[in-house]
Design a protein around this ligand. Sequence first.
Ligand SMILES: [Cu+2]
Length: 731
Amino acid sequence: MQRSTTSTFALTFAPAILFAVCGTNHAQAQVHPFEAPPSFTEARPPAGNLFVVREATQQTCQPQGSITRNGSIVSVKLNFVRSDFNINNPDPTDPYQGEDPVTLRSYGGCKSGPTIEVNPGNTLRVELVNELDANDPSCYKNPPSGLSMPPGVGCFNTINLHTHGLHVSPAGNSDNVLLNIAPQTRFPYEINIPADHPAGTFWYHAHRHGSTAVQVSSGASGMLIIRGNRPYTPPTPENPHPIADIDTILHDADGGPMREQLFHFEQIAYACFKNDPSLDGGPWQEIYTTKGLFDIAGLNATTPPPAVFAPWVCPKPTPDNFVSRGVIENFTLQLDSPTIWDSNGRFTSVNGIVEPTMTIAAGEIQRWRFLHAGIHDTINLQIVRASPVAGAANLIATSALSGNRQQQKADLAKFCPATPQTLIPQFEIAADGLTLSKIHTLSGVSMTSSNGSNYLQPGYRSDVLVVFPEDGNYCVLDQAAPPQERANNGNNGGQGPSIPQLLAYIHVEGGHAVTTDLQTYVFKALYDRNPNLPDDVRKGLLTGNIAPWAPFTDLGPVTPGSQQQHAHFAINVQGNSVLFQINGKSYDPNVVNVTRQVNTTDDWLLTADGEPHIFHIHVNPFEVMDVTRLAPDGGQESIFDQEGLCRKDVVPDTQGLGNQYCDMYHVFRDTIFVENGYQVHIRTHYDRYIGEYVIHCHILDHEDGGMMMNINIVPDLHAPGGGLGMPAMSH
Ligand SMILES: [Cu+2]
């Protein structure tokens, strides 16, 4: 199955150069070719390394660190650094003419962390090297007043590593987010990925409580892909559900591995500060905006409406005017406001690039792996056919799209209109890395219809198959979810304006036009390209049945005697304090909030007050059993009908509050949106691993603020000390 990793690169990416803008017309944005996230250089795919199918793409940033493979041992050196680079800014009024200089913290020193690829059964050894400055004002007992941090937030130079979605031990030096890796120290993680681990799209990110939001929103995350080559084998009485990997049935038209693209979405909220050395109280106090300086007084101002909620800018420094590079150093000003991402003008980037252009051939089916690594705002992903722009091969290289994110809204509606005629379906094969039982066709009939979009909340992953029917240009849009369906909070959902954004631009050229229905085309291709499967299994592909490759189908009943667990998210006000809480408690690292027994199964009820939050649990995925909401009779009613589809009388297309749950009936995930006004019912099995780990809101500034709790999995709930032996060995 191995195939050259470079042969098609030139063909695939070179045409983008043709669109580059000549001259310096500031009304037009530069075209940036799509790049994969950075990766470490490996001399050659080592023997036993599976399915290396992504082409080497041009890589403008070489990450600091290394990867070596020795049998099943994968050794990664990962340097956590604060480094200088540029982020492209399509706003033509940008003083830096499209390349804002930034200084940000990340794994490896690039705009996103290096992609790490492993196989089931690998031991992943990560030597995490914290090169950040030991002199960390955000970690002082009395930080400079300009930083104005809520309790518990700070120590932005202290780090750790979380392998999000992996089913591995949470203890010791494995996926243990309770560790603090101090600046100028290093730490050896050893993560044993079991041989029966599902293949899929996972990720790693910073998770040290108090600095998580600052670091992740700076780009401290990367893709962690598990590739599997376990082929379909028929079930037997001894092995009723054999492990098989979806990777083994995704072929291109020539029988080689299907080409894939990684989309690492980030929402990097960098700002340029007026770093006047004469300022009392530290440097990170005043942000440059289009309407003057934004500071804590402005944030707290109520009347008149703060003009400071204006797009941020990075003026060029002059001898009389101190301007910092773009940084994320002030938690309160940059992250801790429900509308700040709406107003700051920053763009969601793809692998560190804003609005990149990709070129692919018509009729080619690709696997796209989406990762929402932002911390705040919902991405409502749609793919639409762009309206032709006279004489232009690329919308970006014209003045058709102009201005900052807010100003591009009208242009997008005009040039990337989402209508039943223009929407391109996405065929979702995996959610949160886990292969689905059935391919979900996100057919995009309308913006709010139950299967119209691919809602990505912070922390989510989605793997989709895509195909473009004919030559032309296409927009990958964040269609800006209706306020009720957004994580960027406020009463009853979002309170900021809905601002669509172009995420990526797709130029389709060559190949073969598809004249049939795209779903039929994709399902038929899966069928045609897998002639060696047993007939009945192969025929299932014609209807999108991929259950033989799904790692989980049904958790079965809860353990007798288990009690339903509850996670209730709310922001509570107590006196002058705003408290981010689960079940009425802010995070206390010294308290175990929930103790459960290994190898048992519980039901959990997830609810949110006032505004939505995002539930994430480490180590074990969960099964979505039901989603309910208040019925007219005062009880709860399911949004699903008997087939697991959304009930139109409960979730109508036109209103759509619960639309994003419509494809989740009995789906396995590790992260889920908890819409206020809804109840999310999940079931989870504490499989195999004991130890202490966390449950938290994946709006990461909420997590830092206290919306997290500890769960401890013990050998035996009824034994002294939970079965952990000597009392002193328990927590
Ligand atoms: Cu939250």
